[in-house]
Write a protein that binds this ligand. Structure first.
Ligand SMILES: C[S@@+](CC[C@H](N)C(=O)[O-])C[C@H]1O[C@@H](n2cnc3c(N)ncnc32)[C@H](O)[C@@H]1O
Length: 268
């Protein structure tokens, strides 16, 4: 089939790892984010940040400072508004927060995350790994949407994998969320939303571990849905061109950017 990745799991898939568009085909589910291979990636990634040498840390911090200076980054994994809210004790639901890697970054960056305020919603395998790293007092793990109140939702490199992304807005209202922070999600400009297939290739493994459907949301449609649910959309930091990842797509589907966004609930 045209534009379908025929690489077998375990082999090296040709870059870029995004295939489609796929009115013609769907990803073959390999349960990528709960597979053995993904868990190996999680362990390696954890080790790499835990065992980073002083030189690695210095270089990382230097890059961060340069990014902040040119207006393309934040002091930590979240923008300063969200960081301030977290430091003040806001309750955080990190959807797709894996084994707690964003939480780990917040701790590395010395953000004052109050005990009992941080919850990750992701699959059980990653939760089990996270529980070997963090104590119960520091962070909670859930694999179903909770019923309790949260102040902030984080969606970091996750929104694109959620099948029915529009239904999230009803969930935000049910949980009485005030802020949503979205990053590392590809948004499309000048054309309708579409779906592609991604050959999942974690950076620590460099081979294909499975496939996932990847929703590339038209920014205009996203803004409409936000407005309909009373969310103010604030673009934060400069957007990053991501079109090279989509060069297998027809021209009108390549105008894709990463855009960090804060959604703020408009008061009644
Ligand atoms: C690319 S990983 C992001 C991992 C990590 N948090 C990061 O920032 O690199 C996407 C994550 O989204 C999770 N995910 C996908 N669909 C989800 C859903 N419907 N609900 C919650 N998490 C989901 C996956 O299990 C995976 O951990």
């Amino acid at each position: 089939m045209k534009n379908r990745d025929k690489t077998a799991v375990g082999d090296i898939s040709p870059w870029p790892y995004f295939w489609g568009p796929f009115d013609e085909f769907q990803a073959i589910s390999q349960k990528g984010f709960s597979s053995d291979a993904w868990m190996v990636h999680c362990e390696r990634y954890h080790l790499s940040i835990m065992g980073a040498s002083p030189l690695d840390v210095f270089i990382k911090n230097l890059k961060k400072i340069v990014k902040i200076m040119i207006g393309r980054g934040f002091r930590t994994v979240v923008p300063s508004l969200i960081e301030r809210k977290i430091s003040a004790g806001a309750r955080v639901l990190d959807i797709g927060g894996g084994w707690g890697d964003n939480f780990y970054q917040l701790k590395l960056d010395k953000v004052n995350v109050h005990a009992g305020t941080y919850t990750v919603l992701d699959n059980e395998r990653q939760a089990a790994f996270g529980k070997t790293i963090f104590s119960e007092n520091e962070i909670s793990f859930l694999s179903e949407i909770p019923q309790t109140h949260f102040d902030i939702v984080l969606l970091i490199s996750t929104l694109q994998y959620i099948e029915d992304w529009k239904s999230l807005f009803a969930t935000f209202d049910k949980l009485d969320i005030q802020y949503v922070y979205i990053s590392r999600t590809p948004f499309l400009y000048g054309a309708p939303s579409f779906c592609a297939v991604q050959s999942l290739t974690p950076p620590t493994l460099a081979y294909k571990i499975g496939e996932e459907n990847l929703h590339v949301i038209a920014f205009a449609e996203f803004e409409e849905v936000c407005a309909a649910h009373d969310w103010r959309v604030k673009k934060v930091s400069r957007r990053q061109n991501y079109s090279k990842q989509f060069r297998r797509m027809p021209k009108n589907k390549r105008n894709v950017y990463y855009q960090c966004i804060i959604l703020e609930k408009i008061a009644d």
